[in-house]
Design a protein around this ligand. Sequence first.
Ligand SMILES: Nc1ncnc2c1ncn2[C@@H]1O[C@H](COP(=O)(O)OP(=O)(O)OP(=O)(O)O)[C@@H](O)[C@H]1O
Length: 252
Amino acid sequence: MKKIVDVQNVSFAYKNHQALIDINFELYEGQRCALLGPNGGGKTTLVKLLLGILSGYQGNLALFGDHPGRHPALIGYVPQQYKLNPILPVTVKDVVLMGANAAQLKDKKLLSALLTQALQQMHIEHIENTLFKDLSGGQRQRVLVARALIAQPKLLILDEPTSNVDPSMTAQFFALLSALPKDVAVLVVSHDMSILEYQIDVILGLNQTMKVQQSKALTSDMLQHLYGVNSHFIKDLVQSTTSNNEPSPALV
Ligand SMILES: Nc1ncnc2c1ncn2[C@@H]1O[C@H](COP(=O)(O)OP(=O)(O)OP(=O)(O)O)[C@@H](O)[C@H]1O
């Protein structure tokens, strides 16, 4: 398996705040990974470092064997929110095609095939001419993933993808993600532990320092690391929010 992300002993400090301390993890092609952590835990900072938006870190950080920011076309980033000027009549198709512009895809035939494929992958071909502003939160989320997919990235970073959608849309959204090409590595950033009910291979628990788990069973150690409170309280909380009140398989 190809290594997509390699982070070794990475630390990062803002002017007056040490945000990340000695972070280590690797991400391989096809892996589905959850980056979990409390507010202020450093998730955004880490993502910005991966995207090459922030620099000035200590340690070693490589994506596709190179410095961050060198291969933007290989990374699809899906922001938490995407604001468009409501006056602009921008359709779903327009938004998805913006992803092709960013990756500088110009061949018209190829572009048309990739557009169709991205719309189909996210099951939004029927709304391609609908105005983006008229969509629901869940539909917008799918359009933004399609916008990232049109450039055929090898790493997809999803920032709090389900923060604006209800639980049934969340389930549908993750079902779609599990149908992505198998070689695409996916990093889902969230503080919502219920994402662990979906297909996740690795948990990165970030709270200034990082704990890595190669399974999606949340251990007491991980809960303590992330939230620093009695782990039974959190387990009870998560279980009480699952739809059928059955103990979640993600918890041990
Ligand atoms: N530009 C900045 N200057 C100084 N401190 C910052 C800056 N950006 C973030 N921080 C601090 O760094 C820490 C990590 O912030 P970060 O935004 O990475 O956390 P997060 O896990 O993404 O949080 P949230 O889940 O609330 O979005 C926080 O204590 C935050 O206050």
